[in-house]
Design a protein around this ligand. Structure first.
Ligand code: AMP
Length: 112
């Protein structure tokens, strides 16, 4: 069971900032920006490609939640970035598909 499943099940604590029937979002414990939120679908897939091919409806559910959250928090005006990592070379450490929402400051360029 992944650490994110434990957050869904409330077995370990997290600062949850958004939840609906399908989606959960919580603060990243190792924030890489002033605002760093993790968005996940409650139904587990291991990465974006598995999600896209097996559960394409989850994509719009995740991104609708990100839109709703960023609008309600005024982040659309400030600007934000959404990132997902696939595989260890990209830095994926948790194998429950997730989307990093980074905002709250001027972000640097990304890459290696
Ligand atoms: P990734 O490296 O793309 O797989 O992202 C995993 C993210 O999950 C990292 O940014 C971690 O800091 C974050 N993370 C790991 N455990 C927790 C936790 N218990 N609560 C919140 N964020 C976590």
């Amino acid at each position: 069971m992944s650490i994110f499943q434990k957050i869904i099940d409330r077995e370990i604590p997290a600062t949850i900032v958004f939840e609906n029937e399908n989606i959960l979002a919580f603060e990243d414990i190792n924030a890489q920006a002033a605002i760093h939120i993790i968005f996940i679908h409650k139904k587990q897939t291991k990465n974006i490609n598995e999600l896209s091919s097996e559960h394409p409806e989850q994509l719009s559910q995740v991104f609708s939640a990100i839109s709703e959250y960023t609008r309600s928090e005024g982040l659309e005006k400030k600007g934000f970035r959404v990132v997902t990592n696939l595989g260890e070379n990209a830095g994926q450490t948790v194998f429950h598909t997730h989307f990093h929402l980074l905002s709250g400051e001027r972000l640097g360029r990304f890459g290696s």
